[in-house]
Design a protein around this ligand. Sequence first.
Ligand code: AMP
Length: 396
Amino acid sequence: MTKTPVALTLNAGSSSLKFALYDISGTPVELASGLVDSIGSTPRLKADFGAAAPSLKRDLTAAEARDHVSALNTALSELRQKFPNAKASVVGHRVVHGGPVYAEPVEITAEVLEELRRFSPFAPIHQPHNLAGVEAAMAAFPDALQVACFDTAFHRSHPKVNDVFALPREYYDKGVRRYGFHGLSYDYISGELKRLAPLVHDGRVIVAHLGNGASMCGMIGGHSIASTMGFTALDGLPMGTRTGQIDPGVIFYLVQQEGMSIDEVRQLFYSKSGLLGLSGLSNDMRTLEAAGTVEANEAIDYFVFRIRRELGGLAAALGGLDALVFCGGIGENSRLIRERVCEGMGWIGLELDRERNARNDTLISTEMSRARILVVPTNEELVIARAGTRLLESAA
Ligand code: AMP
């Protein structure tokens, strides 16, 4: 019996592993998707197998997800059971950093892997996990094409003025640049705009990817012009547990006056700040919206304030605004945040239709609004599966 060719996509976070399986006998069609989270502490597996089997939610033993490699093997054994007739022809990996080099997805050869390792110091929390996933997948599927899709690649089109920091020039040459992240999500949204609203796609668009990680990207004609994330995924908007933009002088103060080590500051900025730090309660927007405490409300106020500031700044960078697109868990689901971001934004051409917003419609601006406001669910996995399939076809 001939087996169905499938693409497996892997997206390794600092303590999680997302996976998805696509039938690629034609245009990629999702067969299954899932997540192992809390790897290394109290791991859990959630998976949806479509029509093939009931969905699954279970706690894993420490041994089943001690690290990303064992988590991958646990996920693979579930997928192999549910899809015995699938043959992985391509494995697509989300790789956070493609450095200054990669503006497109690439086949992962031994040389490419070596080069990607050299970018690890740029993304020490994510890149090593991404590459451990690549090596594990190479061992599990030695005959499959392995493809890297980069979070930074989409922004390689931005102009030099958005690529530099005002440091002596030698640091730019060493790779200290404004890379920008969430590129797979922006790539997907750009493609969806082309399909749903081609005129909007060709214009000046700001996409707000608001999830546990959050950033915004200004695009013209579907290409990145500027984004809120910079050298790392710490800059820009406040996030679930990350500070977002902060005066670097705070680091000197914490180290010199408070006696903190650099590792402690890193931990503070990445894991204890943002919505969690400001609210003292949670990194989760749903929890904060329901809490109604002074601190939770202040955390929401700050989140909204920074989005509005960046909106003005990005619109200036684009020379105007034709559309604002919301995506990510908060952008796709929180009518409160969308309403508060758009409140009093008539001066920039945005007028929200409250009823459309409350219904979670795709178009949530009024008919009179000069610029459109859209809600477009993002799909980073599908971008990876499509890229993998494309490279597979061109390799054939
Ligand atoms: P993501 O990282 O894209 O999965 O997004 C996660 C964030 O989306 C969390 O802060 C969730 O609380 C938030 N979120 C998901 N659904 C809702 C909702 N209905 N209302 C408000 N926030 C939501």
